[in-house]
Design a protein around this ligand. Structure first.
Ligand code: ADP
Ligand code: GLC
Length: 508
């Protein structure tokens, strides 16, 4: 051993061991067990980054049939009789597929064994007992966190996500000490999960929490407010969104609370799982490619055009949309602007993969029928096809009226599909506009107001650079692909936060 490495070894022994944090993640959806949107991606990938960084992270989510099927060897951990009045449940324990991370599934067939999506029936109507379904999850998290599990494992920090788990910080706030610290992450401030006050009482919310200084919101109980009010620390998923929600335009009625809690609120940018979203090894693609060698992307474009019945044309700009079909994602604006864009750019092709608002689905289908071989509309939720779409597309059209973080633009950049985005939330934090002095750092096209004309103007700018074939497009594409969107930096910020929260920082 050299002198310098001996010195380094002595030095490292002298440093106090960094104890792993015992951390319980609670969420309604965790990839790959269950997913409807970005919440699942984050709750699947962030724990893996934390686990790799040495933390003792464990997960809890409902035992939906799809999740149970993936954890066929899960064992009963503990029974939870009377979890809610008249509701018996049990915890099953397994591991997140492909990892060593322990997962508890809350098994309660009366609440979770159903067809349809995680939150609604096959026709899109929300389950009428969603309050019970997610209150049960929250109570189970509290029981688990207070040591009710076979191992009597007690987390130091409980990290709860979005309105479904808003009761976790509230219930733990009123739990006897010692209790774990709580962190509540707001992935989307627009979804409150409001329930009637009598229902809240039946679900075990203490009276003391049902005033306007508590979780009450316009005569009801907001589960989002419960989390935001009572968590020891609050986070949201990008720095810009953390500032935006403190304003009336983005706070969905809680901007005052967020501003009052400003000192406890931090925005930490989401990352992406770079093992799953990597065009060099993606099993869904026709050919692999990378930032250094993008030849394979041409084959992916050919494959996508063939798959979707678009004209085979290697040089036609191919723009994509791959999100929930909602007004949040400006899908209505896009539908309105597309006919003029198609007319002005005769070679432009457009491919959509999405599901959501029935009227928007109909509108896009009708437009596709008017533009055969130029416009392909796939209504549905297809993970593998989303990969192929980013790989085959040149541009991603991703306006948002508000965007807490947005993962789709990160996937698109990694796959060399240049995003056209509005300057809000995590879109503003992740995409650098290719314009003027900043062109040399540009990774996409950014527009300022959520207006159709501004959206269309940004698309024209993008198509202009694509058509010019002057090297600028190649440089833009390479920069976008090389952007570091992994979890490492953000996971470090969470690790610091967990350690700070573990110290007594109780909210009053
Ligand atoms: P949000 O969570 O608001 O919908 P994000 O951009 O954070 O937005 O995450 C959306 C996630 O859902 C991404 O992983 C995206 O690929 C996926 N997704 C959205 N719509 C579809 C779809 N129709 N088919 C497949 N994946 C989809
Ligand atoms: C929400 C937001 C989205 C974010 C995702 C994961 O669904 O709408 O912007 O990326 O959560 O945090």
């Amino acid at each position: 051993m050299s002198v310098s490495s001996l010195a380094a070894a002595r030095h490292s022994r002298a440093l106090p061991e960094r104890e792993p944090i015992r951390l319980l993640f609670v969420a309604a959806e965790i990839q790959p067990l269950a997913k409807t949107g970005g919440l699942a991606d984050v709750c699947g990938a962030l724990p893996q980054a934390l686990h790799e960084a040495g933390e003792d992270v464990r997960l809890l989510m409902p035992a939906y049939p799809g999740a149970l099927a993936q954890l066929a060897d899960a064992q009963t951990d503990i029974a939870l009789p009377g979890l809610l009045p008249g509701v018996d449940a049990r915890l099953l324990r397994g591991r997140l597929p492909g990892t060593a991370i322990p997962v508890w599934l809350l098994d309660c067939p009366a609440l979770y064994a159903r067809d349809g999506s995680l939150y609604a029936d096959a026709g899109g109507t929300e389950w009428s007992d969603n309050a019970q379904r997610f209150a049960a999850l929250s109570h189970a998290a509290v029981r688990l966190a207070m040591g009710d599990n076979a191992e009597q494992w007690r987390p130091q920090v409980v990290h709860a996500h979005d309105w479904h788990t808003g009761l976790v910080p509230l219930l733990l706030h009123f739990a006897p000490e010692p209790r774990p610290a709580t962190i509540f992450t707001i992935h989307n401030a627009a979804f409150h999960g409001c329930i009637a006050l009598p229902t809240a009482r039946e679900l075990g919310v203490p009276e003391a929490a049902l005033g306007c200084d508590g979780a009450e919101f316009y005569g009801r109980c907001s589960l989002l407010k419960a989390g935001a009010r009572y968590a020891d620390r609050l986070t949201t998923v990008s720095p810009t969104y953390a500032r935006e929600i403190q304003t009336p335009a983005f706070g969905a009625g809680l901007h005052g609370l967020y501003a009052a809690r400003g000192a406890a609120l931090v925005g930490i940018m989401n990352g992406i799982d770079e093992r799953v979203w990597n065009p060099a090894v993606d099993p869904h693609l026709a050919a692999p490619y990378s930032a250094a060698d993008r030849e394979g992307k041409r084959a992916c474009k050919r494959q996508l055009q063939a798959e979707l019945g678009l004209r085979q044309d290697a040089d036609a700009p191919l723009a994509a949309f791959a999100s929930r079909l909602t007004t949040q994602k400006m899908a209505d604006t896009l539908l309105h602007e597309l006919p003029a864009l198609l007319e002005r750019h005769p070679r432009l092709q457009f491919a959509l993969l999405g599901r959501g608002d029935a009227e928007l689905e109909r509108g896009f289908r009708a437009l596709a029928a008017e533009h055969p071989r130029r416009l392909a509309v796939c209504i549905g939720y297809r993970e593998a096809q989303a990969h192929r779409l980013h790989a085959g597309a040149d541009l991603l059209l991703h306006g948002s009226r508000f965007e807490p973080c947005g993962l789709v633009q990160l996937y698109a950049m990694r796959y060399g599909a240049i995003p056209v985005v509005s300057r809000v939330g995590g879109l503003a934090d992740s995409v650098v506009d290719h314009h003027g002095a900043s062109a040399a750092q540009g990774t996409g096209f950014v527009f300022d107001r959520a207006h159709g004309a501004d959206f269309a103007a940004a698309v024209h700018r993008g198509l202009g650079v694509y058509a010019a074939r002057c090297g600028a497009w190649d440089a833009l594409q390479e920069r976008a692909m090389r952007r570091d969107s992994g979890w490492r930096n953000s996971a470090r910020q969470y690790q610091t936060l967990y350690r700070e929260a573990r110290a007594p920082v109780r909210v009053a």
